[in-house]
Ligand binder design. Structure first.
Ligand code: 3YP
Ligand code: ZN
Length: 366
């Protein structure tokens, strides 16, 4: 069965201003290009077309999320604030989250695009789906936009699936190099959603994403962080998948798996210090697909998050989409042979120890 692909040109018109990578310009910070600019996503979309893969995908048309849908996660004050600021020319949503005119409407379209990907998978129109959206969502909490995120796209799509489509258990596997704190917060006391985040230890947000954040009340055990030391390559990531993520999914038995998908763990990303290759992302996708085949009819929904190497993120994305759709384009990853040769690409002892520490928490998932 087919793979759905959500995209809209307006996603590329979300304006993150002339910030210097992640900092606001000033008299001692030269204005430049914001890290979360349209280029990585534009080039991903372009590679999907030039490679011919788009001919093998089912285009899913995004629509704006409704107020009701946004308010399942966010406060009315947050929604109003983003609406008002966007109409007035933009600003900073709170912490390092610049946006411009129209970003409110585009953020609604990003949340709505993720909802449409979810609906297409749940209705069986496609087996799995990838929503290539901007702005991203996994850092946004109920009352704050942060870390380039305005609305929690994945959290909103899951709440929609549960409220409107009768879905029960959902699992998220966030492989963005930063901690998925917003998705974690959305379901922290809820055993109905297992939230898993693999990320570089204490990178962003500060002091967030530790092993000790395990969920609260009835949700205890159903939030699983896998903080990894900088320098992890395919070996460590695949070990974390096999040793922690897959057993967690087997124990939890979700009805659908949702992936906040960032490519900033890629080997040449400016905002992460990991060494994952496109082949690594391909194999992580394969492992998730095998788990989804066993557990939930293959249902996987991915929604795009970070990834700031304009040159490399597209190859990581193409590998994921090739695997999801079962169609190989034959396009070679220019970095692949190089990253494969880098030192410590295979699992290192200190990485294995970090992974074992997370594996020790599996017993509380039932
Ligand atoms: C937010 C400010 C500094 C690092 C940046 C991370 C954004 C991201 O890619 N989150 O997944
Ligand atoms: Zn990130």
């Amino acid at each position: 069965m087919a793979t759905g692909f959500v995209f809209h040109e307006l996603y590329l018109w979300h304006n993150t201003q002339n910030w210097a990578l992640v900092f606001p310009p000033g008299l001692t910070v030269q204005p430049g290009e914001h890290a979360e600019n349209p280029e990585t996503k534009r080039r991903f979309k372009n590679l999907v077309e030039v490679s011919g893969l788009s001919d093998h995908l089912v285009a899913i048309r995004p629509r704006p999320a409704t107020e009701t849908e946004i308010l399942r996660f966010h406060t009315a004050a947050h929604l109003e604030k983003i609406r008002r600021m966007s109409a007035a020319g933009g600003g900073d949503a709170s912490e390092l989250t610049p946006f411009g005119t129209g970003s409110y409407e585009i953020a609604l379209l990003a949340a709505g695009g993720t909802i449409e990907a979810m609906d297409a998978v749940l209705a069986g129109r496609v087996r799995n789906a990838y929503a290539l959206v901007r702005p991203p969502g996994h850092h946004a909490t109920q009352d704050v936009g942060m870390g380039f995120c305005l609305f929690g796209n994945v959290a909103i799509a899951i709440l929609h699936a549960q409220a409107v489509r009768g879905v029960g258990r959902v699992a998220t596997v966030d492989w963005d190099v930063h901690h998925g704190n917003g998705t974690q917060a959305a379901f922290y006391d809820d055993p109905g959603v297992l939230t898993i985040s693999l990320h570089q230890d204490n990178l962003f947000p500060a002091r967030s994403g530790g092993l000790d954040e395990r969920g609260a009340g009835a949700g205890f055990g159903y939030n699983l962080n896998i903080p990894l030391p900088p320098g992890c390559g395919d070996g460590a990531y695949l070990e974390a998948m096999r040793r922690v993520v897959l057993p967690a999914l087997e124990r939890y038995r979700p009805e659908v798996i949702v992936v906040p998908s960032g490519f900033d763990a890629g080997g040449v990303d400016p905002l992460g210090r990991m060494m994952v290759s496109a082949e690594g992302f391909r194999q992580m996708t394969r492992l998730l697909m095998e788990a989804a085949d066993r557990l939930c009819g293959g249902r996987i929904v991915m929604s795009h998050e970070g990834g700031y190497s304009a040159m490399y993120a597209p190859y990581c994305g193409l590998a994921v989409l090739e695997e999801l759709s079962g169609h190989r384009t034959g396009v070679a990853d220019p970095w692949g042979p190089h990253i494969a040769e880098w030192g410590q690409q295979a699992l290192q002892p200190h990485q294995a120890a970090a992974i074992e520490a997370a594996a020790a928490l599996l017993a509380d998932i039932r």
